[in-house]
Design a binder for this molecule. Structure first.
Ligand code: FAD
Length: 377
């Protein structure tokens, strides 16, 4: 039911022409986002006692997929609210933070940006160098974050910072909520090839002060940042990226399916060529496998079952398959697949990001064999 109503919403509020413009102008359509929250779609990751409709991971993934089927300019901010803020606060927030912030997730008025990556820190997140030092009842933050998507439009940057000696690297990390409007926060736009809308940015912190209550998890959250990074939220985070990839792949196949029925060459529709028909058969098969993988992993996460291997496999498989699918669809469109207004060109730019973020393909492969117990030496 949720999938169907989001599909109708997309057709009504996110027409193709708009999706093209949001991508071209790197624009976040706040009005559309507001309408989506008015439908109650942000509430799906928030328990009822905090104003939500109950934590429903398969539903959240279905919404992400359906939005990404049309535009990342809405799908990614949706993740920033429901998952970056919602899922993380549910898993890691103190009771006071849950009571203050989760109702704002449910009504769509709270957006978090992820401040994890740094100029010298990508996959190796435990090496972050941005520091937070206690000064009375405040924290003083210094350092820099890179690729911090949507920092300029977020209420808080959900920042991973070092809060003790770097030697004990997994222990001395904390997550702090940093409002991007504070004095000492500087935001510069980065020009990336895709994922337009919530532009990605470089953020620097110079003696930025926040109250101690901005430590995620409250007092108990001090130096527990790594537990929060690798906790249950990480499983869902992998699925969020996979759901974006799946949405893009579905859009590419749907567009190619329609195009082969219109395009004529050598006196007949190109759907008559076996090479085209076989491509579409392969892509539909891949999509089916991606869907099954997504639903299996999302259901395990929903039931709070251990699913670190399954979510890594789903992220790896779906993102790599989606990339192949989008590129194959581009070949079906020929020259039109290279032209901006048609759509498939954007799918290709957007999908290329998915195996990079949320733990790259290489990192998922490392994790899968490690977690399945393959000895390292
Ligand atoms: C458009 C965009 C938006 C982003 N948004 C955000 C955001 O909002 N917040 C945020 O914190 N980050 C964000 N990122 C950053 C993203 O999460 C990182 O790019 C990602 O973590 C990988 O880091 P890296 O690119 O520095 O690669 P690196 O970690 O430097 O890796 C480089 C290469 O080496 C490989 N590699 C690294 N370590 C290993 C290993 N141990 N084994 C095998 N191979 C390895 C990688 O797979 C990759 O191919 C964004 C990036 C982009 C491009």
């Amino acid at each position: 039911m949720i999938r169907e109503s989001v599909r109708r919403f997309v057709e009504q509020e996110m027409p193709r022409r708009k999706a093209y413009e949001w991508d071209r102008d790197n624009h976040f359509p706040e009005d559309v986002f507001k309408k989506l929250s008015d439908m109650g779609m942000m509430a799906v990751t928030v328990p009822e006692e905090y104003g939500g409709s109950g934590r429903d991971i398969p539903a959240a993934m279905a919404v992400i997929e359906e939005l990404a089927r049309r535009s990342l300019a809405v799908a990614v901010p949706y993740i920033m609210t429901t998952c970056y803020a919602g899922m993380n606060l549910v898993e890691c927030g103190s009771e006071a933070q849950k009571q203050a912030l989760l109702p704002r997730v449910a009504d769509g008025s709270l957006i978090f940006a992820y401040g994890w990556t740094e100029p010298d820190v990508g996959a190796d997140l435990a090496s972050v160098r941005t520091t937070a030092v206690k000064k009375g009842d405040r924290l003083v933050i210094n350092g820099a974050k890179r690729f911090c998507s949507g920092a300029h439009m977020a209420d808080y940057i959900y920042a991973l910072v070092r809060t003790g000696p770097a030697e004990d690297r997994y222990r001395n990390l904390t997550i702090v909520l940093i409002p991007p409007t504070l004095p000492g926060v500087d935001i510069q736009y980065l020009d990336c090839m895709g994922m337009k809308g919530p532009a990605t940015t470089d953020v620097s912190f110079t003696d930025v002060e926040v109250p101690l209550e901005n430590v995620v998890g409250g007092e108990d959250g001090w130096n527990r940042g790594w537990d929060f990074v690798v906790g249950a939220g990480l499983d869902v985070e992998k699925l969020e990226v996979a759901a974006l990839a799946l949405g893009i792949a579905v859009a590419a196949v749907e567009d190619a399916w329609a195009y082969v029925q219109e395009r004529r060459q050598f006196g007949k529709r190109i759907l008559e060529y076996q090479s085209i028909r076989h491509k579409l058969a392969d892509m539909q098969t891949s999509l089916k496998a991606c869907r099954l993988f997504m639903s299996h992993a999302a259901n395990l996460a929903q039931e709070n079952k251990r699913c670190n291997v399954e979510t890594s496999m789903a992220k790896l498989f779906i993102c790599e398959e989606a990339k192949k699918i989008a590129l194959e669809c581009q070949t079906i469109f020929g020259a039109y697949g290279y032209e901006k207004q048609v759509g498939v060109e954007r799918y290709v730019r957007d999908v290329l990001l998915m195996p990079i973020i949320g733990g790259s393909t290489d990192i998922q492969k490392n994790n899968i064999v490690n977690w399945l117990g393959l000895p390292r030496h």
